[in-house]
Design a protein around this ligand. Structure first.
Ligand SMILES: [Zn+2]
Length: 177
């Protein structure tokens, strides 16, 4: 053994499996399993409600030969509860968006653009059929230097339109009242 030889140079330790790599695989598989389970949730709830109704009908028409009314009612209640909970989770994101602060901000932008259009038309001696660009309107948006071109907070695209018409936003629901 030479003293100048660095330790382990001729005899590298056997590679070990990284604990993080194993966790990565476990979590990846778990995410797939959860995804499948979540997409089956609505089906399970609907199937539960369906079975509950069918069972109640059969028990009713069996004239006492079939039991399990309590089970069927329990299934119906939990099934409907599942559907309600899913609706409570899924619906707000679709229905609350149009009335959000972003919508109000966008409508304010549209009003600013509209009034800037009229100022532009007056100062530049334009008619109601002329259509300004955002660049044309910049001096009339927020003081003598103007502000940056107004943009929709939700990513909609503004159509300035002719002076005689109202500016619009391409984002659904961004319509001034
Ligand atoms: Zn908008």
């Amino acid at each position: 053994m030479s003293e100048t030889e660095p330790p382990n140079s001729g005899n590298p330790p056997p590679p070990k499996t990284s604990g993080l790599a194993a966790w990565s695989l476990v979590l990846g598989i778990a995410s797939l399993v959860l995804l499948v389970l979540c997409s089956l949730l609505p089906l399970a709830a609907i199937a539960g409600v369906f079975c509950g109704h069918k069972a109640l009908n059969r028990i009713k028409s069996s004239g006492g030969t079939l039991k399990g009314k309590g089970l069927a009612i329990g299934g119906l209640v939990t099934g409907y509860l599942g559907i309600l909970l899913m609706a409570a989770i899924v619906l707000p994101s679709n229905f609350r968006a149009p009335k959000s602060a972003q919508t109000n901000e966008c409508i304010l932008n549209l009003r600013l653009i509209d009034s800037a259009k009229h100022q532009w038309a007056q100062e530049q001696k334009k008619t109601s059929a002329d259509t300004p660009t955002m660049q044309d309107l910049m001096p009339y948006l927020g003081g003598p230097q103007g502000v940056l071109p107004l943009t929709c907070p939700s990513g909609g695209v503004y159509t300035i339109g002719p002076v005689g018409g109202k500016p619009t936003c391409s984002f659904p629901g961004h319509v001034p009242p």
